[in-house]
Design a binder for this molecule. Structure first.
Ligand code: CTP
Length: 862
């Protein structure tokens, strides 16, 4: 026989879990413990007939072979049932969400997981097995869930509990009944007890957290202490509390915490109690209440984790200005960095703070040229590097300030902003605040091993080894990180080193080989390995870097600065390469999240103004990955388009070539048009949508030809320049305009070819054979010819002829060569290429198909 049991003083989670277990083990008998909690007792008084259960003495325990224990795993908590169970004979199946204790039964069928309520665990099984539940059952299950999670507000609540809740509501859980049993009003006695506890409570304050300890003595037992503890937490807003109530010979101890820094369970364990980290209780007999309180007071300090301080969450290094900076310059800084104000520092001393509002006001009054000195707050409120976050939060709220300079030895070492505090409170999972470093949640080692070729992995390991030796933090950055996350191949190794990058590159070359080219101006070096691999190395040094003492706290700020300067969040991630952290993702700006949400987002407001080519890049990434700019980024792109005009043509050309060489050039052009870029690329207003149509046709034909190319030597890399030719085709000086966007001789040649074809005035007709076309077009590349056919608006028959010719052309075999001509005693000279071309034309027109036939023909004609 199977039985289902739970703990004494049965609560709703125990009751719900027993009934849920019955759904999973339908043959088992539900046995109510002899004692139920007050609310459950009241509930059962009403619903007794709707639930089938037994009392322990209705069971023939001899026959019990399996015991399903829910909401407890401890034999100590099941009351007198413990006397009936023959522990050696029975098999236990356990479902529980409490911390294991030494009294737990031994079983290999245990499900003990940290969720808010045990019912969640059982419900997940019910769901998995597709077992139907009635609205009544859903209501009881929900009662268990709501009461044990404090209506989903206790810190023990998990997303699994909420999913369970949603499932129960879908199945008709009655909120009216739930609210009746969860909002139990205090009875008269408990009200008195509550007031006595609050009045007698003593406050203990440790580095920003407050813990209340309160006690009370009474002769008789009254239940509901947990409820009182929850109410007191709510009312006092304390971080944690411990209530100690002597009732007759027994002392009840209840602890609650709402702070991530206070774990109450260890104290309760002193008294052999149990529960969760933040909600636990114990009962002791034969103790003196003063002794209990003494133990609690002595050990309370241990429950508090070290405080998180200003230095742990602050941003550093700080962008500051001097008091002589003009309002105009300050305005630029505000725009550049998107900050809402700056500390003002003169000779290493903080002399004031100026907010964005002050700057705007001064500017509004025409004081752009005045120094900020006259408009800054001269007695700024600051915090020390060791001020705890809770204190910082209070200052920000009480004084309504959003930025607090952080001082150490009277020097500005960082700034804490509202964002820092909010990130800390609401969890930026990527930061480990105690180390002022990003917390690593994602390791990309496996991705790296599967996506990067062996030689690159070996190279990265060598880079890491040297960096470890030189004590430099070193990172892989940029597009390769993004692509590893996206699961795409990318072999561009860009490395950022927090140290002297040039020295690092030289040392690498010295130890591994290859040569280094230093680009002083940009603080970068390119290391070319003998194998042909290329590594770009950038130094990320901070203002503080020269002070070794400051290293542990500011180390990653160099990397942060480097990443912050980049175009989009998805391109501003890094992978650490140092040995013990190899493969760890560093994601300071939520790039990982943006990738999963398919978003292109700039890191700061002036990103496009500083580098308008980024607008083209944004469109490129949109099209390539099927992503989209977020609203703000799109707006910033639109408002910055005019800066395209000021951007150097080669830089634009480089980005255009990359953008238009991607898979979806038409969509990209449409998007550029939507943003308003095209009107700034084409200086005279000569762009209209008919050009996109031409480009579409061109691409259609080119794709069709490309698909049928069999000769791997044939290259069609000039399509993008043809798109530009088509785009500028109605422009008076179209070719000159396109010429400005050329990047290399190939591009120039393509344009020249199209021009020559247009000027050639050949007559094309539908009767042209491939041979006759070859005669005229042999020396022109595929893209130029097709671009020309579009510009000429040839009828379909001609286009088809030309297409057929191009496909045949790339597959012409070399049936004859110069040596063959020599052996025919033809004197070398320009005649050779003429003859060879003629053979090709004849081959295309099927007049010759072999060397012998060709030789025969040559002999006849020459
Ligand atoms: N970058 C930037 N602004 C630019 C160009 C580049 O911030 N105008 C940064 C980005 O962080 C980018 C990195 O430099 O990831 C490398 O640039 P690049 O090689 O041009 O681009 P990738 O992102 O690697 O893209 P692709 O895959 O097209 O090479």
């Amino acid at each position: 026989m199977q039985v289902i049991i739970s703990h004494v003083n049965l609560d709703f989670d125990g009751l719900a879990s027993m009934l849920a277990a019955k759904k999973l083990y339908p043959l088992a008998k539900v046995i109510l413990p002899t004692k139920q909690g007050k609310s459950v007792e009241q509930f059962l008084a009403l619903y007794r007939d709707s639930i089938k259960y037994y009392s322990p003495n209705q069971i023939n325990w001899e026959n019990v072979s399996e015991v399903i224990m829910v909401d407890t795993a401890s034999l100590k908590r099941i009351g007198e049932i413990n006397n009936f169970i023959n522990g050696e004979k029975v098999n236990f199946i356990v479902y529980d969400h409490h911390q294991p204790t030494e009294h737990n039964v031994i079983s290999n069928e245990t499900t003990i997981e940290e969720v808010g309520a045990t019912i969640t665990l059982l419900l997940e099984k019910i769901k998995m097995k597709n077992i139907t539940i009635t609205a009544f059952e859903a209501t009881i299950f929900a009662l268990g869930l709501y009461t044990d999670t404090g209506s989903f507000t206790y810190l023990t609540t998990t997303s699994r509990d909420l999913k369970a809740g949603s499932y129960l509501l879908e199945h008709g859980a009655n909120l009216h009944i739930i609210s009746k049993y969860t909002n139990t009003p205090l009875n008269e006695h408990n009200q008195k007890l509550f007031h006595s506890l609050i009045q007698k409570s003593e406050e203990h304050y440790y580095e920003g957290v407050t813990i209340l300890i309160a006690y009370h003595q009474q002769n008789e037992y009254t239940g509901g202490l947990s409820l009182l503890a929850n109410k007191a937490m709510e009312m006092t807003g304390t971080d944690a509390l411990i209530f100690v109530v002597e009732m007759g010979k027994r002392i009840f101890i209840v602890g609650r915490s709402s702070s991530n820094r206070v774990t109450i369970l260890p104290i309760i364990k002193h008294f052999s109690g149990n529960g969760h980290k933040k909600a636990a209780s114990a009962m002791v007999k034969n103790y003196n209440i003063a002794h209990v309180l003494d133990i609690i007071r002595k050990s309370i300090r241990e429950t508090v984790q070290p405080a998180v301080m200003a230095k742990d969450i602050m941003s550093s290094p700080v962008k500051f200005i001097s008091s002589a900076t003009t309002i105009d310059e300050a305005t630029k800084m505000v725009l550049r960095y998107g900050h809402t104000g700056f500390p003002v520092v003169d000779e290493n001393k903080l002399v004031g703070v100026i907010s964005r509002r002050d700057i705007d006001k001064a500017k509004h009054h025409g004081l752009g040229h005045a120094p900020v000195k006259g408009y800054m707050s001269t007695r700024p409120i600051t915090v020390h590097s060791s001020t705890v976050v809770e204190e910082i939060q209070k200052i920000m709220i009480n004084k309504n300030i959003g930025r607090l300079p952080v001082l150490e030895n009277n020097e500005l070492i960082g700034i804490v902003t509202r964002t820092n505090v909010i990130e800390f409170l609401y969890g930026n999972k990527n930061r480990d605040y105690k180390n002022n470093a990003p917390k690593i949640e994602v390791s990309l080692i496996e991705r790296m091993n599967s996506l990067l070729p062996r030689d690159i992995i070996e190279l990265l390991t060598k880079i890491a080894n040297l960096a470890d030796k030189m004590n430099y933090p070193v990172f892989l950055v940029g597009g390769i990180v993004r692509d590893l996350i996206l699961g795409r191949r990318n072999e561009d190794v860009d490395v950022v080193v927090e140290g002297d990058g040039t020295a690092f590159a030289s040392k690498l070359a010295q130890e591994i080989g290859g040569g280094v080219r230093v680009h002083e101006k940009f603080g970068t070096a390119t290391w070319r390995l003998p194998s042909g691999l290329k590594v770009d190395i950038t130094s990320a040094r901070t203002e503080y870097y020269d002070f070794p003492a400051a290293l542990p706290t500011v180390r990653l700020s160099g990397l942060r600065e480097d990443l912050y300067r980049r175009d989009f969040t998805i391109n501003a991630m890094a992978i650490q390469l140092n040995k013990d952290k190899f493969g760890d993702l560093i994601d300071l700006f939520h790039g990982y999240q943006d990738i999963s949400q398919k978003k292109i987002r700039t890191l700061y407001n002036l990103s496009f103004v500083e580098d308008p080519t980024r607008i083209l890049r944004a469109v490129r990434f949109e099209q390539r990955f099927g992503f989209e700019m977020d609203e703000q980024t799109f707006d910033l792109a639109q408002t910055s388009v005019d800066k395209i005009r000021l951007t150097s043509k080669p830089r634009l050309a480089y980005e255009l070539s990359k953008l238009l060489s991607e898979k979806h050039p038409i969509e990209s052009l449409n998007r550029l048009d939507e943003i308003g870029v095209l009107n700034f690329l084409i200086t005279v207003n000569s762009y209209d949508s008919s050009m996109i149509k031409q480009i579409k046709n061109f691409k259609l034909i080119l794709d069709n030809v490309s698909k049928q190319l069999t000769n791997p030597q044939t290259n069609v890399s000039q399509a993008w320049i043809c798109y530009l030719v088509l785009l500028f085709s109605k422009h008076d000086s179209g070719f000159e305009q396109v010429n400005m966007f050329t990047l290399n001789n190939e591009n120039i040649k393509t344009i020249e070819e199209i021009k020559a074809l247009l000027e050639g005035k050949y007559h094309f007709s539908k009767n042209n054979t491939s041979g006759s076309l070859h005669h005229r077009l042999k020396n022109y590349r595929i893209e130029s010819i097709l671009c020309f056919t579009i510009l000429m608006q040839f009828p379909n028959e001609i286009v088809e002829n030309i297409t057929r010719y191009l496909i045949q052309r790339q597959a012409i075999p070399k049936i004859i060569n110069g040596n063959d001509l020599k052996s025919l005693n033809i004197n070398p000279g320009p005649i050779y290429s003429k003859i060879l071309q003629q053979v090709e034309c004849d081959y295309l027109d099927k007049k010759v198909s072999s060397k012998e036939e060709a030789i025969l023909l040559i002999k006849e004609n020459y």
